[in-house]
Ligand binder design. Sequence first.
Ligand code: PLP
Length: 358
Amino acid sequence: MINVTQTFLPPQEEYQAILKRAWDAVWLTNRGQLVKELELKLQNYLCSVPLLATTNGTLPLQIALKVLAKQGEVITTPFSYVATTSSIVWEHCTPVFVDIDPEYLTIDETKIEAAITSKTTAILATHVFGNPCAVEEIEQIAQKHQLAVIYDAAHGFGVNYKGKSLFNYGDVSTCSFHATKLFHTGEGGALFCKNEQLMQQCFYHHNFGHQGPEAFQGIGINAKMSELQAAMGLAVLPYMKEIITKRQVVVNTYDDQLKFRDFKKLRIREGTEWNYSYYPIIFEEENKLVKVKEALLEEGINPRRYFYPSLHQLPYVAQVEVPVSESISKRILCLPLSSELSTAHTNLIIQIINQQLV
Ligand SMILES: *Cc1c(COP(=O)(O)O)cnc(C)c1O
């Protein structure tokens, strides 16, 4: 089966050599040498703001919401992974969905102001498929109304926007290092924050609120990355340039050889150096998507309907109308894309899709 993605695994000896350092130190978690080294190397690799490694990409969202959104209304996108919305509700905030841009698929910044009320405390938007939100316009709106901005940048690893890492934007940005993501630590994630005081607050929250072994600054949770996870990250990181280049080859092949007649591709925002993280195609009609998906499945190829359904349809949120998100989510299909996808399989996928649509 060819899945929508395939996890990159580094040579096992390389992973084991790094793990040995944890064995030698007899130290498996609580910010050991491997976590600290990974944080430094990631900051260098990404030319980015300070970051905190976490055990997944969901807890940093919850921590940012706890600190910044304070149980208020959070303006958010319905077109994302469920963690974006569930984190808002989990933190006793209220999600207020604003529809998305039909081309970029990120939150439609022109509709944000109409959704602001006296209870609004934050905006939580997703750089979906690594495509940057309209970060400058969103920052202006946030400043005008004194709102915090959190970016779910789970797909943003390695993306630069206007010459800067995407993780520079917003009060807090988060990333996921889940095994299905571009860069991974098995399970893992990070919180990026350029404000030192805010970073301190997030840091305490990620470690039970500890301020030293016997004092507590406030409430916290356990979001610490372990040494075992960091070892995987340190083993994968040296391969990132190669991984991204290989994905770029697949993307270019899709771009050149697919017949874009009944579907179109994602429009990447101008000024972006993209990371080739996903290859979504947007059909004119859902029945064409279903036809293509079935034809691929018959040949053992498993694309995914990301993101479907639109999150405003979750059973625990208030009903609203976000027609663009609802329509796109029914018509979008992510094709297999990974550094491990062979030329033969890429060509087979293209052939099957092109045949279905003549
Ligand atoms: C993967 C993902 C998350 C959650 O990250 P985990 O590391 O799986 O907790 C959050 N938001 C988006 C958009 C994601 O794709």
